[in-house]
Design a protein around this ligand. Sequence first.
Ligand code: SAH
Length: 210
Amino acid sequence: MVETQIVGRGIVDDRVLNAVRKVPRHLFIEEAFRGRSYGDHALPLGEGQTISQPYMVALMSEALCLSGSEKVLEIGTGSGYQTAILAELAARVLSIERISRLVSKARNILDLLHYENVMLRVADGTYGWKEEGPFDAILVAAGSPQIPVPLIEQLRVGGRMIIPVGEKGSQILQKVVKEENKILTTPLVPCIFVPLLGAYGWKLEHRLQA
Ligand code: SAH
């Protein structure tokens, strides 16, 4: 998987490549899809959500330019696979997921693999995690109509954020770098992520009960 899908597409950061080699992706995949764990695609992870394609995980991780000392915020824990990769690359990872059942599952696997530098929380991640900020890096693993303002506020000056921005069915992965008085945004690749649902993302649809 690493040679053809990831090195072959231009990922060069050795720390990222080692993390992807080390983390057992199949443990984060639902049993029904386990045989396809290392395939070149996203997979369903339950609750209508998807675990990203291995290449996308590597690309986002590399773009955060982590050296090992950072405090990272992740929005959209999902299966916890990307969380584990970040835990290999940074000092601390704080990850927020809005679906509590996914957080319980992710916590079990991350504990099993002894990731003691990870904290998970069930909440609307578009508000960020103010008490723990500012963060050196922020990774948003769901597509948003815009960059949530609280996340920009909680990024430290010099910090990097990766976030898919666009429509519900297609986005552009954006790299955001915070400078003293401005933010610099660079488009990386087109992508398709599940929607970021929340106060600063896509609004939840409230259905009227009959
Ligand atoms: N990186 C994950 C995949 C994430 S899929 C992995 O490796 O498995 C995106 C996740 O974002 C979904 O689980 C979805 O429930 C979650 N999500 C969507 N909106 C959110 C929000 N506002 N706050 C926190 N999590 C959110």
